[in-house]
Design a protein around this ligand. Structure first.
Ligand code: NI
Length: 170
């Protein structure tokens, strides 16, 4: 297993839409293990394959730190079925470090997909798990928290980002 490099904004890799995982994907199990190790090493609660430069519809989520009844989740080709209630909550992302924003998301979702052995699974989630799942699935479509924050907050983010780039150059 290995800790992979987590790609950071504004890396173009984060903006590409990912394709479905194929049945005979030989590197899949290793990729899953590496993503889990990378997520834990980064103290993240979720990670999507494009964040490590792989454009496959694969996410890992681990909220056991917040809710010990929830096990580590590996979801292949996840799809959001039901999404209801709009909740505003603070959110961060390993690809947008040192930044959080309030983002509106569904408070309850049902997500369908495959587990790492290819079995169909369906997850009903609320709270932080619902939020993490929607966040990671966004990554599969090239969507970042920056796209979901308010215009004012986004402007603030862009200014701060430009300033940081300039400081890095000086
Ligand atoms: Ni993220």
């Amino acid at each position: 297993m290995a800790i992979l490099e987590v790609r950071k904004y504004p890396d173009d890799v984060l903006r590409q839409k990912s394709g479905p995982v194929e049945k005979d994907d030989k590197g899949l199990q290793l990729l899953i293990d590496d993503m889990i190790e990378t997520m834990h090493a980064s103290f993240g609660i979720g990670l999507a394959a494009p964040q490590v430069g792989v454009h496959k519809r694969l996410i890992v989520v681990d909220i056991s730190h917040y809710d010990e009844e929830r096990d580590l989740l590996v979801l292949i080709n996840p799809e959001i079925g039901l999404a209801e209630e709009l909740v505003d909550s603070e959110e961060g992302c390993l690809s947008v470090p040192e930044f959080t924003a309030h983002i509106k998301r569904a408070g309850r979702v049902v997500v369908k997909g495959l587990d790492r052995d290819g079995n169909s699974i369906e997850i009903e989630a609320t709270g932080i798990l619902a939020r993490a799942l929607q966040h990671e699935i966004d990554h599969l479509d090239g969507v970042l928290i920056i796209d979901r924050m308010s215009a004012i907050k986004r402007e603030f983010f862009e200014k701060r980002h430009q300033k940081a780039l300039k400081e890095a150059k000086d």
